[in-house]
Design a protein around this ligand. Sequence first.
Ligand SMILES: C[S@@+](CC[C@H](N)C(=O)[O-])C[C@H]1O[C@@H](n2cnc3c(N)ncnc32)[C@H](O)[C@@H]1O
Length: 273
Amino acid sequence: MSPRSLVWRGIEAVTALLPDRVLRTLLRGWLDRVARREPPGAALRLLLDLEQDVYGRIDTTAIRYDEGVHAKHRLTGYHDFFVERIGPQERVLDVGCGIGALAHDIAERTGATVRGVDINGASIAFARSRFQHPRLELVEGDARDTLPSDRFDVVVLSNVLEHIEHRVEFLRGIVDAARPARLLVRVPMLRREWLVPLRRELGLPHFSDATHFIEYEPAELEAELRAVGFEPVELIVVWGELWATAVAALAPLAPPTPVPPVSPLASAPSAAP
Ligand SMILES: C[S@@+](CC[C@H](N)C(=O)[O-])C[C@H]1O[C@@H](n2cnc3c(N)ncnc32)[C@H](O)[C@@H]1O
């Protein structure tokens, strides 16, 4: 066992001896001391780090809470956005389908036929064990090269684009192969709360996930969709995310639209207190 694991074992053993109420009082006492530190920027840096520690544990526990499917699937209702925009008989390609919960819901509730593709073998294995459906096919593969040879009516990208570095190339590969009429897209927003610019100002990572290459301004998402010949016709801002419908433009592809410069975060409208 590594020295680090031994230390963790020791900490767990000690904390197991004390009741939660005592540990919480100790923790609050320490947090109060941290919050009073000078300069306040240093205090904020540590408090924001601690917030990330707590958030990470809330995230994994929220998956356990709903027995393997993150509680946000149920609580934010994002499946409904996709389900309500897909008709029976349609063929749907769910790119980056993860554990398959959304792909299964689409197949079950719309009557569509769904193919889910994900690069993560463990997620696809979970999806196959948990979410079987006669109109759902699950494929393990990198969507950059596991491209369909057949047509799809709709391509779903739910919290996937932000994980991709070269998004226009990624999208172009998919739309050229699948030739969909519509894209249904869900991405995180940059201006989701005031802590984002604060983290940035303090030199801390400000994305909600270390594997994100981008968190979006609406204009950035619109530009990426237009760059691959799709016109955004609907853009909903909810839960700090953008949910978009884009339709294949009838006109021939315009030259790629440059992504407009993003105004500085400092000029963002102030959040509610
Ligand atoms: C945040 S999860 C979203 C899962 C699911 N779409 C949902 O809404 O619950 C992002 C998913 O994209 C997948 N992914 C990232 N890059 C990919 C790629 N190049 N090809 C296929 N899947 C990819 C990841 O493995 C992960 O399951």
